[in-house]
Write a protein that binds this ligand. Structure first.
Ligand SMILES: Cc1cc2nc3c(=O)[nH]c(=O)nc-3n(C[C@H](O)[C@H](O)[C@H](O)COP(=O)(O)OP(=O)(O)OC[C@H]3O[C@@H](n4cnc5c(N)ncnc54)[C@H](O)[C@@H]3O)c2cc1C
Length: 439
């Protein structure tokens, strides 16, 4: 395990996900890569694995190729916040009320979908309905959140409600926020366990999963597709690209449309139970309302705090990991000043896949199928859209989703590297400061 050495880290701190302590993505490859497969899935995260389950259940011969290992990408690195992601609602309004209504509908369906898959396949992944409180960083943000809930309720009743500042300590042990919004239906999940269990379920259904299998050079071949993987040529009738924030190497089209954005997390050392009870009285998922988001939660065993935020640098070198960890830990101390002396045991980061319209997309591109662009909210959506795209590949009406009808935009001078990202963070950071002006 790579060690993370700094004064704010424990002796045995590492720069791998806390989740991997219980479920490290397995690198084992069953046997040789075959020269043909009916359906090839590139990427073994929540999108690819859920698609594989649907296709295999329908009797298709399915092979997953992952450049690293199944679950290695964002799917085993995320915060494990499993919810409808209502923030998409306002973004969807740009497409009109009908699209926005369908987005809300699919948001609820995606949450239910994961609960159903976990129950049906018997997946051991610490799924628990915990609730979610988002703290408003200013009184005007509190009002704005209230108006958003009113708008959603006009489309479809939702269980969210506002919590005024006076009642906030029942939700979280900080004075940083000005009240907030409570969303009781949100669940927490151990994402690396969920990915591992999905891979096991897919294997049980006959899906072949190859690790260390980077796919390249995908091209048409006699009505199907041919590609290179691990020094071999493989021919498939259909190919699904399930690479989300890691798409740049596999598709020039996606390189211009999926913006890879880094997000990092830290896990604290175990905290005394009375302190945990004071800081997180409901043991729920938590976040601040900033555009440059900070999100945090208790570990599934309730002993530690896991907190995520933006990363300053994604190179992965030891010194930049230390700088990222120091910055993310500083966000934790800002929320909970009494953790000023608390050390961290884990720091890690992963890549989100953003899009220019802020919406996920399901598309067919030159004969290739794609689902992705979850804009940082993909635990439920990637699972759901993985299943939808699989139904769509089989020509079934169940493949219908609002995300297949949207225009998948790009911008001039965008060729994979998110050179504009620091500017965007600066801009959104300024808007966050503007929200708090005068306070
Ligand atoms: C740090 C972080 C925190 C997050 N927190 C949350 C959260 O709390 N809640 C939430 O809803 N969402 C969250 N997300 C987003 C969510 O994790 C993702 O949207 C989701 O996991 C995407 O799944 P995926 O299967 O599409 O992609 P990924 O899981 O990223 O999988 C893509 C896979 O493609 C493989 N790959 C890439 N190129 C190739 C190639 N050429 N050949 C073969 N394989 C290839 C990679 O190795 C990788 O395993 C977070 C993301 C990150 C990074």
């Amino acid at each position: 395990m790579p060690r993370l050495k700094a004064d704010f880290c424990t002796e045995d701190a590492v720069d791998t996900p806390y989740w991997w302590d219980a479920a490290q993505p397995a690198k084992a490859t069953p046997d040789d890569i075959k020269a043909t497969t009916e359906v090839a899935i590139v990427g073994g995260g929540f999108t690819g694995l859920n698609a594989a389950l649907v296709l295999a259940r329908a009797g298709k011969e399915v092979t997953i190729y992952d450049a690293e290992a199944p679950g290695w990408g964002a799917s085993s690195r995320n915060g494990g916040f499993l919810g409808p992601g209502w923030a998409f609602f306002d973004t969807a309004m740009a497409y009109g009320p009908d699209v926005a209504r369908r987005v809300v509908e699919e948001s609820f369906l995606s949450l239910q979908y994961v609960k159903d898959v976990v129950a049906t396949e018997g997946l051991d992944c610490d799924l628990k309905v915990m609730g979610y409180f988002k703290g408003a960083t200013a009184p005007r943000v509190y009002d704005k959140l209230g108006r958003m809930i009113d708008r959603i309720n006009k489309v479809m009743p939702c269980d969210a409600y506002m919590v005024p500042r006076a009642a906030q300590h029942a939700e979280i042990g900080t004075d940083l926020y000005h009240g907030g919004i409570s969303m009781p239906g949100y669940a927490g999940i151990q994402p690396a366990k969920y990915a591992r269990e999905l891979a096991r379920a897919a294997t049980r259904l006959g899906v072949r999963i190859h690790s260390g299998a980077k796919v390249s050079d995908i091209r048409p071949d006699n009505g199907g597709l041919r590609f290179r993987v691990a020094g071999r040529d493989v021919v498939a009738k259909q190919v699904l690209l399930a690479t989300n924030g890691y798409s740049a190497s596999v598709s020039p089209y996606l390189k211009r449309r999926i913006i890879p954005v880094g997000s990092g997390l830290v896990a604290t050392e175990p905290l005394p139970p009375d302190l945990m009870a004071r800081l997180m009285p409901k043991q729920q998922l938590l976040a601040g309302s900033q555009r440059v988001v900070t999100y945090f939660r208790p570990s599934p065993d309730g002993t530690r705090i896991i907190l995520g935020g933006r990363v300053l640098d994604m190179s992965g070198r030891h010194e930049t990991n230390v700088a990222n960890a120091r910055y993310i830990r500083s966000l934790l101390v800002k929320i909970f000043p009494e953790l000023a002396q608390t050390k961290i045991t884990h720091y890690w980061h992963g890549q989100l896949g953003f899009t220019f319209d802020g919406m996920p997309h399901v598309k067919q591109i030159d004969g290739l199928h794609f689902a992705g662009g979850y804009n940082g909210t993909g635990v439920a959506r990637a699972s759901w859209l993985g299943s939808r795209v699989a139904h769509g590949m089989m020509g079934s009406a169940e493949g219908s989703t609002v995300y297949s009808g949207l225009n998948f935009e790009t911008r001039p001078y965008v060729h994979g590297r998110a050179w504009f990202y620091p500017l965007a963070v600066m801009y959104y950071g300024m808007l966050d400061k503007w929200d708090r002006r005068g306070l």
